[in-house]
Design a protein. Sequence first.
Length: 462
Amino acid sequence: MRRYFVFGLVSMVLLLSSINATSVSVAFPVITSRLDTSLVVAGWVLSVYQLTTISAMPLAAKLSDVIGRKPTFMLSALLFTLGSVMCAVSSSIGFLIFSRVIQAAGGGGFLPTAAGIVSEEFPEARQRAIGLFTSVFPAGAIIGPNLGGWLVSSFGWESVFWFNVPLGALAVFCSSWLLRGSTAKSGAGIDFLGAGMLVGFISAFMLSLTQLGNIRSGGSWVLIGLLLVLSVVLGFAFVRRERGRREAIISIEILWRRPFLSANLYNIIYGACAFGVFSLMPLFAMTVYGASELESGLILTPRSVGMMAASLVISLYLTRWGYRRPILVGTAIIILSLVLLAAGYRGGTPGLAMSPLTWLVVVIALSGIGVGISAPAANNACIELMPDKVATITSLRGMFRQMGGALCITVATLLMESLGDIALAFGITFISLAALLLLAVPAVFRLPESPETKNSGVLGQK
């Protein structure tokens, strides 16, 4: 019974992290106004969180291997809670941005440590347990904007951060007696220089994307070039340093071994197609389909519902259906939805009256079903190859998806600014992403076909 409470604990923390990401976006305009700052500076409240989260994922995974899952999870929850308190009491934009770094350092550790914890608690049902995580994030995407809007309008923007504090404190307390201490690897250590190179590589790359997205409002091509060169140099130096090192932050085998390389490339494109471009859907709905602000805010809710429902079903039958089949089916549905979005509304289906906005909601919901079908399998693929590296594999998956999503958003916004036609820019983005995802399909056939173990029960019986 204890391990089911553990699953509930880590799911609650992942849900809290998802709610935080979406609720802060709702509070962003009010934060900009109340702290009397510019949009460019205030944008770092969102950007620095994403940048730190991506950097923290592989570092938290390595830390959990060295000191154990329990202390790493507790440290992540403590940092997230402390960062939330600091954000809530911030009286200046500078301190708020710094506080978001602390908060993100904790938030970035949740997913890899949670995956490691449930893998140890449910060894015979790991595929289902990790697959069920897929339903947590869309739930946060539904709750976050609505909860954030209510909190900001009723209690002010600080309440968005205060909301995290009691739940974060509860997570720290519960994890102290619910989680079992896992054995740290004998003689294992942390390569701090390698960690610095990795953080520098990710930071330089993400900052170059941020500058590229702001090129029309003061971004510098020289700075962008320098950041890209720096990211390449640091990335190359990191790979050279980590090759063959016992205390490597990331095993180079997980980056370059054929099944892992295929998964990493697929995750970059998948992140762009499944998450990056759909974060721009409210803008697309307002500018192209004439949706109101309220309608544009709610337009992603059916997508989240479809994602939750599909992922729950697939997670329960994942060991029976294997990995490749759900990934291929889900990928095909995502490609279809992108092609439909690129083609645009064509007058509805004969015999079925449908307004343009309703048609858009249906297509967006269809994409959510595609993500829900593919994500549980994609989240588990390759873990059997190195089950002792589940936290690292999970962290890389999240890192590559977020980087792909950020790259997609930057390119799409650049297209909008350069073309001056938002509808055309979105059309080019949709069809280009559909083509890229289609080209990524061969990579799926290099992933493991099915789990090695067969499970019984919803989360297995012990």
